[in-house]
Design a protein around this ligand. Structure first.
Ligand code: ADP
Length: 471
C-alpha cells in the first residue's frame, strides 16, 4: 500500500497527530462550552434572585411600574448580544405589556405546568438559541407573578465556533509539520540502509570477494553489514568448494574418458567385428565423446568462475577464425548449407581458442536446430568501434520466454531436452567468453522462422580507449 517506509511513517505520524489533536480539541471545546454555559446559568440565577427580591420588597405595588423601575435600574433589556431580557406575567399567567422579545411568550397553561424554578433552552425562529429561566413569585403562600429572564447563547456559540476553527487550523498545521518532520527524520535514519542497498548491488555471484564497508555511521546498519559480510564469507566458501569439486571431478574424468575413447576407436578398427558389436562400440564412442565435451565445458566454466580463465590480450584475426570455423561447420552437415555473406578483415584482442569455441558453439547450434534443406549464413564486419559477427539460421527458432534463459547454464528450451544432443552449456560458455572479452552476445529469434545470434567485440584498434560499453 505504501511505496516506502518513509511515506508509511509520515502517514502514521500525521494520522496519530490528527487523532490526538482532534480528541484534545473536542475535550477543550466541550470544557469551554460547559463552563461558559454554567457561567451564563449562574448569571441568570443571580438576575432572577435580584428580580424576585425587587418584587417581594413591595408585594402590593403596581407590578407594571415595578418592572419599569427594575428594567432601568438593573440594565435588563437593551440591544447588546449579552443582554439579559426580562418578561413579567401577572398571577393569572398573562404577560405585562413590554418590548417585543426574541423568545415567544409562554401561555398561562405552560406557566402553571412549569415547576416554581426552571431553566431551559429555547430556539427562536431565526435560529438563535436562548437560555430561559422561569420563576414563580409567591408571597405569603399567594402566587403574585411569574417572570422569565433570558439571555442569548449566541456569544457562547461564537466563542466555541472560533475555538473550533482555531483548533482545526492548528491541528492541520501540526499534522502537516509532524508528517514532514517524520518523513525527513525517516529519510535521514534510513539513508544508511539505502547506502547498504547500493553497496550490496555491486556484489554478484561473480564478485563474491567483495565486502561491504563496516562504517555506516549507525550501529544497527553497521551490524547488518557485519552479518552480511559473514554470510558472504560462508557463501564464498561454499561456492569455492562447489567450484573446486566440479573442476576436480571434471579433471579426474577427462583421463579415463580419453582412455575409453582411444580404446574403443582402436577396437573399431578391427574389420572382423560383427555388425551388432560395431554399433554398440560406435555408440560407446559417441557417448564418451559427448561426455568428454561436457567435462571439458564444465572444467572451462569452473575455471571461468575462479577468474583463472581471463583471456590473454593477443591480436586475433576474427575473419580468419570465421573462415576456419565455417569450413569446419560445412563438414558437419551435408543437409544444411553454411555460407559467408559478408566478410571484412577485422582484428580483435583476446584468446583465439576461446573465440573459436564461441563461433563453433553458435554454428553447431545453428546446424543442430535447423531442419534439412535449411540455411546458415555468417557475417563478420566492423561497425564503428565494434567487430560484429552474425550467425543466422532458418531453423526452428526460440520462443520469446526462452530467449532470456538460453544463456543460463544447463538451460535447454522445453521440448529439446532429449533430442539433438547437447548439454545446455554451449551458450553460457559463449556468453561468458564474449563478456570476458568486453563484448556482448545477443539473440533475436522468431519461432518457426529462424534465429540470429550476434556477437559484438571491441575492435583491436579501439581496445586502448578502455571502458567501451557494448551496444
Ligand atoms: P545445447 O547444448 O542444448 O545446444 P546451448 O547452451 O548451446 O545448449 O543452447 C541452449 C538452448 O538454446 C538449446 O537447448 C536450444 O533450445 C536453444 N538454442 C540455441 N541455439 C539455437 C538455435 N540456433 N536455434 C534454436 N534454438 C537454439
Amino acid at each position: 500500500m505504501f511505496p516506502s517506509i518513509r511515506s508509511y511513517l509520515a502517514f502514521s505520524y500525521t494520522l496519530v497527530v490528527l487523532l490526538v489533536i482532534a480528541a484534545l480539541g473536542l475535550g477543550i471545546q466541550l470544557l469551554v462550552e460547559r463552563n461558559l454555559r454554567a457561567n451564563l446559568d449562574a448569571d441568570l440565577v443571580a438576575r432572577a434572585r435580584q428580580v424576585e427580591e425587587f418584587i417581594l420588597s413591595d408585594p402590593d405595588a403596581d407590578l407594571s411600574r415595578q418592572v419599569e423601575q427594575l428594567t432601568t435600574a438593573t440594565g435588563l433589556g437593551g440591544q447588546e448580544a449579552d443582554t439579559t431580557y426580562l418578561r413579567v406575567y401577572i398571577a393569572n399567567g398573562f404577560p405585562l405589556p413590554g418590548p417585543v422579545l426574541p423568545v415567544q411568550e409562554a401561555t398561562p397553561q405552560q406557566l402553571q405546568r412549569l415547576p416554581p424554578f426552571s431553566v431551559g433552552t429555547w430556539l427562536t425562529e431565526d435560529g438563535t438559541s436562548f437560555r430561559l429561566l422561569t420563576r414563580r413569585v409567591v408571597y405569603n403562600d399567594q402566587l403574585i407573578a411569574y417572570f422569565q429572564v433570558m439571555r442569548s447563547l449566541e456569544p457562547i456559540e461564537r466563542i466555541t465556533s472560533r475555538l473550533r476553527t482555531t483548533l482545526a487550523a492548528g491541528g492541520l498545521l501540526a499534522a502537516v509539520v509532524a508528517g514532514a518532520t517524520a518523513y525527513a527524520l525517516a529519510y535521514q535514519a534510513l539513508k544508511p540502509f539505502s547506502a547498504i542497498v547500493d553497496d550490496t548491488r555491486q556484489i554478484g555471484a561473480d564478485r563474491l570477494d567483495l565486502r561491504l564497508p563496516m562504517s555506516y555511521g549507525v550501529d544497527e546498519v553497521s551490524r547488518l553489514a557485519y552479518s552480511f559480510n559473514s554470510l558472504l564469507d560462508r557463501l564464498q566458501k561454499a561456492f569455492e568448494l562447489q567450484r573446486r569439486f566440479v573442476a576436480d571431478a571434471s579433471h579426474e574424468l577427462r583421463t579415463p574418458l580419453t582412455t575409453i575413447r582411444g580404446n574403443v576407436d582402436v577396437l573399431l578398427l578391427d574389420p572382423a567385428l560383427d555388425e551388432e558389436t560395431r554399433e554398440a562400440l560406435q555408440q560407446v564412442s559417441g557417448e564418451s565423446a559427448r561426455m568428454s565435451r561436457l567435462v571439458t565445458n564444465l572444467l572451462l566454466l569452473a575455471r571461468a568462475d575462479s577468474g583463472q580463465q581471463a583471456p590473454s590480450p593477443h591480436p586475433v584475426d576474427l575473419h580468419g577464425l570465421v573462415l576456419e570455423t565455417v569450413r569446419q561447420a560445412r563438414s558437419m552437415s551435408s543437409t544444411v548449407s553454411v555460407s559467408l555473406v559478408r566478410e571484412d578483415q577485422v582484428m580483435v584482442s583476446g584468446d583465439s581458442d576461446q573465440l573459436k569455441q564461441v563461433l563453433l558453439n553458435l554454428l553447431e547450434n545453428a546446424l543442430k536446430y535447423t531442419p534439412d534443406g535449411g540455411r546458415v549464413t555468417v557475417s563478420v564486419y566492423a561497425e564503428g568501434t565494434w567487430a560484429k559477427l552474425e550467425v543466422r539460421d532458418t531453423g526452428i527458432g526460440i520462443a520469446p520466454e526462452d530467449q532470456q534463459r538460453i544463456f543460463d547454464r544447463f538451460y535447454r528450451a522445453e521440448g529439446r531436452r532429449h533430442d539433438a544432443g547437447g548439454s545446455g552449456l554451449g551458450l553460457s560458455i559463449a556468453n561468458w567468453v564474449v563478456s570476458a572479452h568486453g563484448g556482448r552476445l545477443a539473440v533475436e529469434s522468431v519461432p518457426g522462422v529462424g534465429s540470429i545470434f550476434t556477437v559484438w567485440l571491441p575492435l583491436r584498434s579501439a581496445v586502448s580507449n578502455q571502458a567501451l560499453t557494448p551496444p
